[in-house]
Design a protein around this ligand. Sequence first.
Ligand SMILES: O=P(O)(O)OC[C@@H](O)[C@H]1O[C@@H](OP(=O)(O)O)[C@@H](O)[C@@H](O)[C@@H]1O
Ligand SMILES: [Mg+2]
Ligand SMILES: [Zn+2]
Length: 183
Amino acid sequence: MSRPAAFLDRDGVINVDHGYVHRWEDFEFVPGVVDGLRRLQAAGYALVIVTNQSGIARGFYDEDALGRLHDALRADLAAKGVTLTSIEYCPHLPPPHAELARYAIDCDCRKPAPGMILRAARAHDLDLARSLLFGDRATDLEAGRRAGVGRCVLLAADAKPGPQPVDYLNLPEALDALSVPAA
Ligand SMILES: O=P(O)(O)OC[C@@H](O)[C@H]1O[C@@H](OP(=O)(O)O)[C@@H](O)[C@@H](O)[C@@H]1O
Ligand SMILES: [Mg+2]
Ligand SMILES: [Zn+2]
C-alpha cells in the first residue's frame, strides 16, 4: 500500500541557506530539524528532499560534488537514526540563464514545477494526498499544490532576515501544530 511522504525543501529548511551550498563543511543544519525528521519518520512518513540546484546549471559546482554532499548528508542522518527515502534535485535553469548548455532546459522539475515530487511519488509509491510538504518559499508550496500534496507548509528561513508571511517558525513548531507526535 502506498504511504505518505514528508517532502522537504533543502536550503532554508534542512540546512541554513548560505547560498548554493555544495560542500559538507558548509552544511549547517537548521536548529531542531533532525528531531523533526525523526518525528516524521516515526509517524510513518517517507522522507524526501526536493531541492532546486541551479548552481549546477550556473557552473558553480557539478553533479559529482552535489552527490558527495548528499552522500555525507545521508550518512550523517543515518548515524542519527534518520533514513532518507530519496533526495530529488533539479540541476537545470531555463535558457538564457544557464551557464552550461546541457543544463539549459525549460524543465518540468525546477520548483514551482511539480516534477521532482511526482518523480519520487512514482518511484516510491507515495500517497500524495496524505503527504506533507515543508518549504521556505512560495515556489516550494506551489510545487506541492501542483503535485497534489495534501498539506503544504511555509516555514521561516533563518538565513533570510526581514518580515515574511510564514505559517510556522521551524519544523518542530509546524509538527506540533499538525499534531505529529514526538518520536
Ligand atoms: O531551497 P532549495 O530548493 O533546496 O535550494 C535552493 C538553492 O539551490 C539556491 O537557490 C537559489 O535560487 P535560484 O535557483 O538561483 O533561483 C538561491 O536562492 C540560493 O541562495 C539557494 O542556495
Ligand atoms: Mg529553500
Ligand atoms: Zn529541472
